[in-house]
Design a protein around this ligand. Structure first.
Ligand code: TMP
Length: 237
Protein backbone atom coordinates (compact mmCIF):
# COMPACT_ATOMS: atom_id res chain seq x y z
CA UNK A 1 0.00 0.00 0.00
CA UNK A 2 1.46 3.32 -1.10
CA UNK A 3 1.89 5.89 1.68
CA UNK A 4 1.18 9.62 1.38
CA UNK A 5 4.12 11.85 2.39
CA UNK A 6 4.80 15.61 2.30
CA UNK A 7 3.05 18.24 0.18
CA UNK A 8 4.94 18.81 -3.08
CA UNK A 9 2.81 21.46 -4.76
CA UNK A 10 -0.50 23.25 -4.27
CA UNK A 11 -2.29 24.35 -7.44
CA UNK A 12 -5.60 26.13 -7.95
CA UNK A 13 -7.70 22.96 -7.97
CA UNK A 14 -5.38 20.22 -6.69
CA UNK A 15 -2.76 19.40 -4.08
CA UNK A 16 0.11 17.06 -4.97
CA UNK A 17 1.93 14.95 -2.39
CA UNK A 18 5.00 12.77 -2.71
CA UNK A 19 4.66 9.13 -1.66
CA UNK A 20 6.99 6.46 -0.34
CA UNK A 21 7.37 5.31 -3.97
CA UNK A 22 9.50 7.79 -5.90
CA UNK A 23 7.72 7.30 -9.22
CA UNK A 24 4.23 7.88 -7.76
CA UNK A 25 2.41 11.01 -6.56
CA UNK A 26 -0.76 11.40 -4.51
CA UNK A 27 -3.32 13.96 -5.79
CA UNK A 28 -6.09 15.57 -3.81
CA UNK A 29 -8.85 17.34 -5.73
CA UNK A 30 -9.95 20.57 -4.00
CA UNK A 31 -13.30 22.32 -3.86
CA UNK A 32 -11.84 25.57 -5.11
CA UNK A 33 -13.10 27.03 -8.38
CA UNK A 34 -11.08 29.74 -10.13
CA UNK A 35 -11.42 31.72 -13.33
CA UNK A 36 -9.61 34.64 -14.95
CA UNK A 37 -6.24 33.19 -13.88
CA UNK A 38 -7.28 33.17 -10.21
CA UNK A 39 -8.92 36.63 -10.08
CA UNK A 40 -12.32 34.98 -9.47
CA UNK A 41 -12.16 32.38 -6.73
CA UNK A 42 -14.77 30.43 -4.70
CA UNK A 43 -15.06 27.33 -2.54
CA UNK A 44 -17.72 25.03 -4.01
CA UNK A 45 -18.59 22.03 -1.83
CA UNK A 46 -18.61 18.80 -3.85
CA UNK A 47 -16.57 20.09 -6.81
CA UNK A 48 -13.36 18.23 -5.93
CA UNK A 49 -15.21 14.95 -5.59
CA UNK A 50 -16.99 15.37 -8.91
CA UNK A 51 -13.85 16.32 -10.85
CA UNK A 52 -11.95 13.40 -9.35
CA UNK A 53 -14.72 10.99 -10.30
CA UNK A 54 -15.13 12.39 -13.82
CA UNK A 55 -11.37 12.54 -14.50
CA UNK A 56 -10.88 9.00 -13.15
CA UNK A 57 -13.69 7.72 -15.37
CA UNK A 58 -12.21 9.44 -18.44
CA UNK A 59 -8.66 8.20 -17.80
CA UNK A 60 -9.97 4.65 -17.42
CA UNK A 61 -11.90 5.05 -20.68
CA UNK A 62 -8.76 6.36 -22.43
CA UNK A 63 -6.78 3.34 -21.15
CA UNK A 64 -9.25 1.02 -22.84
CA UNK A 65 -8.64 2.91 -26.09
CA UNK A 66 -4.86 2.53 -25.82
CA UNK A 67 -4.04 6.11 -24.74
CA UNK A 68 -1.16 6.35 -22.25
CA UNK A 69 -1.58 8.69 -19.29
CA UNK A 70 -0.35 9.31 -15.74
CA UNK A 71 -3.45 8.00 -13.90
CA UNK A 72 -2.81 4.90 -11.80
CA UNK A 73 -5.94 4.57 -9.65
CA UNK A 74 -8.64 6.37 -7.71
CA UNK A 75 -7.86 6.20 -3.98
CA UNK A 76 -10.93 7.86 -2.51
CA UNK A 77 -13.71 10.26 -3.48
CA UNK A 78 -11.21 13.12 -3.78
CA UNK A 79 -7.86 11.38 -4.23
CA UNK A 80 -5.88 9.67 -6.98
CA UNK A 81 -2.54 7.98 -7.39
CA UNK A 82 -0.62 9.12 -10.47
CA UNK A 83 2.73 8.51 -12.12
CA UNK A 84 5.28 11.25 -11.55
CA UNK A 85 6.10 13.08 -14.78
CA UNK A 86 7.93 16.29 -15.62
CA UNK A 87 5.11 18.47 -16.87
CA UNK A 88 5.75 20.15 -20.25
CA UNK A 89 4.83 23.80 -19.61
CA UNK A 90 2.20 23.93 -22.35
CA UNK A 91 -1.56 24.05 -22.28
CA UNK A 92 -2.47 22.15 -25.43
CA UNK A 93 -5.94 23.30 -26.52
CA UNK A 94 -8.00 21.58 -29.19
CA UNK A 95 -11.07 23.28 -30.65
CA UNK A 96 -13.81 21.46 -32.59
CA UNK A 97 -16.21 24.42 -32.45
CA UNK A 98 -15.55 28.15 -31.98
CA UNK A 99 -16.09 29.33 -28.39
CA UNK A 100 -14.41 31.14 -25.52
CA UNK A 101 -11.19 33.01 -26.23
CA UNK A 102 -11.20 31.98 -29.91
CA UNK A 103 -14.57 33.64 -30.50
CA UNK A 104 -13.61 36.71 -28.49
CA UNK A 105 -10.19 37.19 -30.12
CA UNK A 106 -11.16 36.47 -33.71
CA UNK A 107 -14.80 37.57 -33.82
CA UNK A 108 -16.17 34.15 -34.81
CA UNK A 109 -19.65 33.38 -33.45
CA UNK A 110 -19.69 30.79 -30.64
CA UNK A 111 -21.00 27.50 -31.98
CA UNK A 112 -19.37 27.76 -35.44
CA UNK A 113 -17.87 24.30 -36.16
CA UNK A 114 -14.42 23.84 -37.73
CA UNK A 115 -13.98 21.28 -40.53
CA UNK A 116 -10.48 20.54 -39.19
CA UNK A 117 -10.09 20.77 -35.41
CA UNK A 118 -7.60 23.48 -34.37
CA UNK A 119 -4.67 22.77 -32.03
CA UNK A 120 -3.26 25.72 -30.07
CA UNK A 121 -0.41 26.07 -27.58
CA UNK A 122 -0.39 28.33 -24.52
CA UNK A 123 2.78 28.80 -22.43
CA UNK A 124 1.93 27.60 -18.89
CA UNK A 125 3.24 30.53 -16.88
CA UNK A 126 0.80 32.14 -14.42
CA UNK A 127 2.93 35.31 -14.08
CA UNK A 128 2.44 35.91 -17.83
CA UNK A 129 -1.24 34.86 -17.85
CA UNK A 130 -0.51 31.72 -19.93
CA UNK A 131 0.09 33.50 -23.27
CA UNK A 132 -0.87 32.06 -26.66
CA UNK A 133 2.28 30.89 -28.50
CA UNK A 134 3.06 29.13 -31.77
CA UNK A 135 5.34 26.22 -32.68
CA UNK A 136 8.33 28.51 -33.25
CA UNK A 137 7.92 30.03 -29.79
CA UNK A 138 7.84 26.50 -28.35
CA UNK A 139 11.15 25.79 -30.11
CA UNK A 140 12.73 29.16 -29.21
CA UNK A 141 11.79 28.74 -25.54
CA UNK A 142 13.22 25.19 -25.68
CA UNK A 143 9.95 23.78 -24.29
CA UNK A 144 9.90 20.92 -26.81
CA UNK A 145 11.71 19.76 -29.95
CA UNK A 146 10.00 19.78 -33.36
CA UNK A 147 9.44 16.01 -33.28
CA UNK A 148 7.81 16.36 -29.85
CA UNK A 149 5.57 19.21 -31.06
CA UNK A 150 4.46 17.00 -33.96
CA UNK A 151 3.87 14.12 -31.54
CA UNK A 152 1.80 16.31 -29.19
CA UNK A 153 -0.41 17.33 -32.11
CA UNK A 154 -0.90 13.71 -33.19
CA UNK A 155 -1.69 12.69 -29.61
CA UNK A 156 -4.19 15.51 -28.97
CA UNK A 157 -6.04 14.80 -32.24
CA UNK A 158 -6.24 11.09 -31.41
CA UNK A 159 -7.49 11.84 -27.88
CA UNK A 160 -10.04 14.22 -29.42
CA UNK A 161 -11.49 11.42 -31.58
CA UNK A 162 -11.81 9.12 -28.56
CA UNK A 163 -13.35 11.83 -26.36
CA UNK A 164 -15.83 12.99 -29.03
CA UNK A 165 -17.08 9.41 -29.35
CA UNK A 166 -17.19 8.92 -25.57
CA UNK A 167 -19.13 12.13 -24.93
CA UNK A 168 -21.48 11.44 -27.87
CA UNK A 169 -22.61 8.29 -26.06
CA UNK A 170 -23.42 10.54 -23.08
CA UNK A 171 -25.35 12.91 -25.39
CA UNK A 172 -22.74 15.63 -24.93
CA UNK A 173 -20.90 17.68 -27.61
CA UNK A 174 -17.18 18.19 -27.05
CA UNK A 175 -16.63 21.81 -28.09
CA UNK A 176 -13.00 22.27 -26.98
CA UNK A 177 -10.59 21.18 -24.26
CA UNK A 178 -7.17 21.70 -22.72
CA UNK A 179 -4.64 18.95 -22.09
CA UNK A 180 -1.27 18.84 -20.36
CA UNK A 181 1.45 16.33 -21.07
CA UNK A 182 4.48 15.19 -19.11
CA UNK A 183 7.72 13.32 -19.66
CA UNK A 184 8.52 10.06 -17.89
CA UNK A 185 12.15 9.45 -16.84
CA UNK A 186 12.70 7.47 -20.08
CA UNK A 187 11.57 10.50 -22.13
CA UNK A 188 8.17 9.08 -23.15
CA UNK A 189 5.49 11.77 -23.38
CA UNK A 190 2.18 10.86 -21.75
CA UNK A 191 -1.09 12.63 -20.98
CA UNK A 192 -1.17 14.18 -17.49
CA UNK A 193 -3.20 16.59 -15.29
CA UNK A 194 -6.99 16.15 -15.57
CA UNK A 195 -9.79 15.88 -18.10
CA UNK A 196 -13.00 17.24 -16.56
CA UNK A 197 -15.70 19.89 -17.04
CA UNK A 198 -13.09 22.31 -15.64
CA UNK A 199 -10.85 21.70 -18.66
CA UNK A 200 -13.37 20.90 -21.42
CA UNK A 201 -16.26 22.82 -22.98
CA UNK A 202 -19.20 20.45 -23.03
CA UNK A 203 -22.61 21.29 -24.49
CA UNK A 204 -25.78 19.24 -24.25
CA UNK A 205 -26.20 17.45 -27.60
CA UNK A 206 -29.87 18.48 -27.91
CA UNK A 207 -30.12 21.88 -26.28
CA UNK A 208 -26.50 23.19 -26.40
CA UNK A 209 -26.88 23.97 -22.68
CA UNK A 210 -23.46 24.51 -21.03
CA UNK A 211 -22.30 21.48 -19.02
CA UNK A 212 -18.88 22.80 -17.95
CA UNK A 213 -16.99 25.49 -16.07
CA UNK A 214 -18.53 28.25 -18.23
CA UNK A 215 -21.44 27.89 -15.73
CA UNK A 216 -19.04 29.37 -13.15
CA UNK A 217 -17.04 31.67 -15.46
CA UNK A 218 -20.26 33.27 -16.78
CA UNK A 219 -22.45 32.95 -13.64
CA UNK A 220 -24.99 30.76 -15.43
CA UNK A 221 -26.13 28.53 -12.56
CA UNK A 222 -25.14 25.80 -10.12
CA UNK A 223 -21.82 24.20 -11.12
CA UNK A 224 -22.28 21.16 -8.86
CA UNK A 225 -25.65 20.23 -10.38
CA UNK A 226 -24.19 20.48 -13.87
CA UNK A 227 -21.03 18.44 -13.08
CA UNK A 228 -23.27 15.82 -11.42
CA UNK A 229 -25.25 15.62 -14.66
CA UNK A 230 -22.04 15.03 -16.66
CA UNK A 231 -20.91 12.27 -14.27
CA UNK A 232 -24.33 10.58 -14.26
CA UNK A 233 -24.45 10.57 -18.06
CA UNK A 234 -20.90 9.19 -18.34
CA UNK A 235 -21.73 6.40 -15.91
CA UNK A 236 -24.50 5.23 -18.28
CA UNK A 237 -22.29 4.72 -21.34
P1 TMP B 1 -10.39 29.32 -23.98
O1 TMP B 1 -11.50 29.40 -24.99
O2 TMP B 1 -10.63 30.16 -22.76
O3 TMP B 1 -9.04 29.57 -24.60
O4 TMP B 1 -10.37 27.81 -23.45
C1 TMP B 1 -10.24 26.72 -24.33
C2 TMP B 1 -10.43 25.42 -23.56
O5 TMP B 1 -9.36 25.22 -22.66
C3 TMP B 1 -11.71 25.38 -22.70
O6 TMP B 1 -12.25 24.07 -22.78
C4 TMP B 1 -11.23 25.64 -21.29
C5 TMP B 1 -9.83 25.12 -21.30
N1 TMP B 1 -8.91 25.91 -20.47
C6 TMP B 1 -8.39 25.34 -19.31
O7 TMP B 1 -8.67 24.19 -18.99
N2 TMP B 1 -7.54 26.10 -18.55
C7 TMP B 1 -7.19 27.36 -18.88
O8 TMP B 1 -6.40 28.00 -18.16
C8 TMP B 1 -7.75 27.94 -20.08
C9 TMP B 1 -7.43 29.34 -20.47
C10 TMP B 1 -8.61 27.17 -20.83
Amino acid sequence: MTEKRELLYEGKAKKLYVTDEKELLWVEYLNQATALNGLKKNEIAGKGELNNQITSFIFEYLSKKGIRHHFVKKLSKTEQLIQKVKIIPLEVVLRNVAAGSFSKRLGVKEGTPFSLPIVEFYFKEDALDDPFINDEHVLALKIAKQAEIDLLKVKVRKINKVLIEMFQKAKIRLIDFKLEFGRLPDGAIILADEVSPDTCRLWDAKTNEHLDKDIYRRDLGDLVLVYQKVLERLLTI
